[in-house]
Design a protein around this ligand. Structure first.
Ligand code: HEM
Length: 462
């Protein structure tokens, strides 16, 4: 007998608004309750939309991997198209598959090794600047949330556009590409989170700001592309890799519009997520001095005293990587993900009708005692080699899974190893007075910016 939709439990809520208020009050607590109260799948209603929450890793695997062709981006993503165009994050179906095939080689190991050297140079500059500000005001807390946003933005812009970006940001007459991209990102997030959608044509202050920033970004990026096409010069950056990408199946290359959309997408997807993960990692290390000391011992041994170590050295920071993985478990920036079913489907006995949204929360899976012993404890040894066998592969998904797995996952891990390694080589983080509380917006970020007192490690270079 075919299972019916009614066999799926419905989480009780209020008339008309359903579970919207419970969700708005504290989404993490609500999803945690759902995973404690229900076995496998539960139906909720947020903002008038009926949604199915998949609570088991095997169902997440089914949606993300085994039957992924039946699941597309949910309608909420469409708002981002205004800013991102048809990039990897917002496209679906054959168009997405082709773009993914074209972009994938830019993230292969050898290509990343080239980008990693740019990351190291930027990170050394960042640590030097921090040293100056700490020396100017010893013992004063530094706003690390802001500092990390700045350095990850710098890194994503430099790895995307290389020398052109350096020229543009050095030129006094424009405010800079990064500033405008940041404005667009901010306004697009606002639009996503505001229930009342204002038509684009209205001259509201945000629409005007949006149009101005859009025009600047487009002018610059199309300018970069045109210069590269004219000169035919090769560079060591992502734009170059995308520009020269050829689809092996069809021989097709990306148009200027596709290049623009992918560049803006990579900027958006690759910047805030990394900054936020780094902030959580630092906050965990500042409150676990024993683990911080273990990272510092590894860094001291593997990086040596070269001011600018070779990028390869960072690959051997294995314990540092475990710390980052564990921090991504406790605070996954993408704390919830959604998909829309194209055709009717089944998750075990539960029917998912065509058009329904399926929600998955990495945050909940990462804190589920069925998959993790003492799930709230910060214990990087969970990620020691070989221990992944102890859990279902879909019980840990900070980068998603299946064909839509984050294309920048290795880029992000490398970047974080570099930033963390170089920071802890020079500094020791002091325990903060107040620990940041998670705030689940589009990413899971600290509710208030992370301020840390940092002490300079003076004796390492003597
Ligand atoms: C710690 C940092 C990061 C985290 C936690 C993260 C997380 C994720 C997750 C969970 C997804 C899948 C979303 C879904 O399936 O609905 C995703 C997709 C994506 N990420 Fe990341 N990401 C990070 C860094 C980056 C970086 C550095 C880049 C690029 C340089 C990047 C580019 C992308 C792109 C383009 C997609 C869409 C892929 C597709 O659908 O084909 N991400 N990311």
């Amino acid at each position: 007998m075919a299972a019916s939709e009614t066999s799926t439990p419905v989480h009780p809520g209020w008339p008309v608004v359903g579970n919207t208020l419970e969700f708005a009050r504290n989404p993490l607590a609500m999803f945690t309750r759902l995973s404690q109260q229900y076995e496998r799948v539960v139906r909720i209603s947020i903002g008038g939309r009926k949604q199915f929450v998949a609570l088991r890793p095997e169902d997440v695997k089914y949606v993300f991997q085994e039957n992924n062709r039946n699941y597309v981006r949910s309608p909420a993503f469409m708002i981002l198209k205004r800013f991102l165009g048809e990039g990897l994050l917002t496209s679906d179906g054959d168009f997405w598959r082709r773009q993914r095939r074209l972009a994938q080689p830019a993230f292969h190991r050898q290509k990343l090794a080239i980008l990693a050297q740019t990351m190291v140079e930027e990170a050394v500059g960042w640590v030097d600047e921090l040293a100056e500000s700490v020396e100017a005001k010893p013992g004063a807390p530094v706003n690390m949330s802001q500092s990390l946003m700045d350095v990850t933005m710098q890194i994503v812009c430099k790895t995307l556009f290389g020398t052109e970006y350096a020229a543009v940001s050095g030129a006094g007459h424009i405010k800079g590409l990064s500033h405008s991209l940041e404005t667009l990102n901010y306004l697009a997030n606002q639009m996503l989170l505001t229930p009342v959608k204002v038509p684009r044509s209205w001259p509201t202050p945000s629409n005007v700001r949006f149009r101005k920033a859009s025009a600047l970004v487009d002018n610059l990026i199309y300018g970069f592309i045109a210069t590269r096409r004219q000169t035919g010069e090769s560079r060591d950056d992502l734009l170059d890799m995308l520009l020269h990408a050829v689809d092996e199946e069809t021989g097709a290359v990306m148009s200027d519009k596709q290049l623009r959309d992918e560049c803006v997408t990579l900027f958006t997807a690759g910047h805030e997520t990394t900054a936020v993960s780094m902030a959580w990692t630092l906050s965990l290390l500042a409150t676990h001095p024993d683990i911080q000391a273990r990272v510092q011992a590894e860094v001291r041994e593997k990086l040596g005293t070269d001011r600018v170590p070779g990028a390869d050295a960072f690959r051997s920071l294995t314990y540092t990587l475990q710390v980052i993985q564990e921090s991504l478990r406790l605070y996954p920036p993408a704390w919830a993900m959604s998909r829309m079913a194209l055709a009717d489907d089944q998750l075990g006995p539960h029917r998912v009708p065509a058009g329904a949204t399926v929600l998955v929360s990495p945050y909940v899976l990462h804190h589920d005692p069925r998959h993790w012993e003492q799930p709230d404890r910060f214990d990087p040894d969970r990620f020691a080699a070989g221990r992944e066998k102890e859990r279902h592969p879909y019980a840990y998904l900070p980068f998603g899974g299946g064909p839509r797995l984050c294309i920048g996952n290795q880029f992000a891990l490398m970047e974080m190893q570099i930033l963390l390694g170089l920071l802890l080589r020079d500094f020791t983080l002091q325990r903060p007075e107040k620990l940041p509380v998670p705030q689940p917006l589009i990413t899971l970020r600290p509710k208030t910016p992370l301020h840390l007192v940092m002490q300079r490690n003076t004796n390492w270079f003597s």
